[in-house]
Write a protein that binds this ligand. Sequence first.
Ligand SMILES: *Cc1c(COP(=O)(O)O)cnc(C)c1O
Length: 427
Amino acid sequence: MRALSHSSEKLRELDKAHLWHPFTQMQDWCATQHDPLIIASGEGAWLYDSEGNKYIDGNSSIWTNIHGHAHPAIDAAIRQQLEKIAHCSGLGLTNEAAILLAEKLVGLFPVGTLTRVFYSDDGSTAIECACKMAIQYRQLDEQNERCVFVAFDQAYHGDTAGAASLGGINTLHQRFSSFGFDTCHVSNLAGLQNLSPDILSKLTAVIIEPLIQGAAGMKLWPQGMLAELRQWCDAHDVFLILDEVMTGFGRTGTLFACEQEQVVPDFIALAKGLTGGYLPLAATLTTEKVFEKFLGSQEEQKTFYYGHSYNANPLGCAAALANLEIFESENTLEKLEKKIALLEALLEEQLAPLATVTEIRQCGFIAAIDTEHPQQNGVQLCLTARQHGLLTRPIGDTIVLMPPLCISNSDLESAVQALNKILTPES
Ligand SMILES: *Cc1c(COP(=O)(O)O)cnc(C)c1O
């Protein structure tokens, strides 16, 4: 482990003086009794703090990491790209890493389905990109009125204004919900089927987190729901946008969640795990049908005027290519099958019997444990878990366990044991 160049004390002081952390009440953060954990390094499924303590990365660094930290192949791919160039514009220019990655991504879906890749920087922008394409498509199709989205209650699609307006979590989204896309929220398929003919005629797309709603507290959709939703969209000529920002890249047991119900969307948004959790890069994939609608002469004004400065960033694309290659070279998904079964057994054996555990949900390698502890809420439980070598974050009183896919069996056992300890009262 490499030492940091400043003392933890100094860094904490500077952090409190200058940083503003996401989703954080900074009054609590800056309080004198709060000592923020400073992560100094990582290796595999482990994180090391500035004081030399080590922790299992129990939520994959907020759902991003896939094959572990400091993976030699991803490190090498980034270094190799760095020898050439760190960044050049995707506007008016192109680059090898971005081209090869696009080909590779398209190849992950059934031939001739999702054939076009638009790069951006993060989950939110990948979603906004899909939404703007879905709106402009209707305009180019002379159906200007079709600009309304259906999203689900409890959904989370990101934090930029457009993405937030699709969100359905009141604490996160209500404040800004009127500033974005025209969105109609429903709670399930029945809600969709009951939409008025007036709204139906205005829809451009339905957006969903397939199989599992992440930020909602890892809520599972009923089996078969996604396939039914696809059928509904087809029957009503409405686009289906899949937000696989969290579920993508093996998290649910298959490379993409939509594979489990043989669904191919009209748009898919990929981000978090795309680079293996290394760099901010996102991709929106869509069909040739959508792409072709935007073709025309400059004068026709069909161009998709959208994009960000770091579009097609070569470093990110190189990391993403390495990420995908590791799935092949390490047989990640095959090995994961056994780990998913082990996780299920461990949850059943170590957590299900506890009186403090009210429900356990699992989708592939994502686990959520609803807790009701007499003394500690979710935040406090996760702070206690640090003392047992596990770092994770709760959603309310739901504790999330979704370590990097590379975690060893024994580390997975340790992670669940840590949860067992914190959830056994008076321990
Ligand atoms: C994290 C997340 C997003 C937003 O991604 P950012 O990279 O944070 O902008 C969107 N959708 C889902 C399902 C997510 O989990």
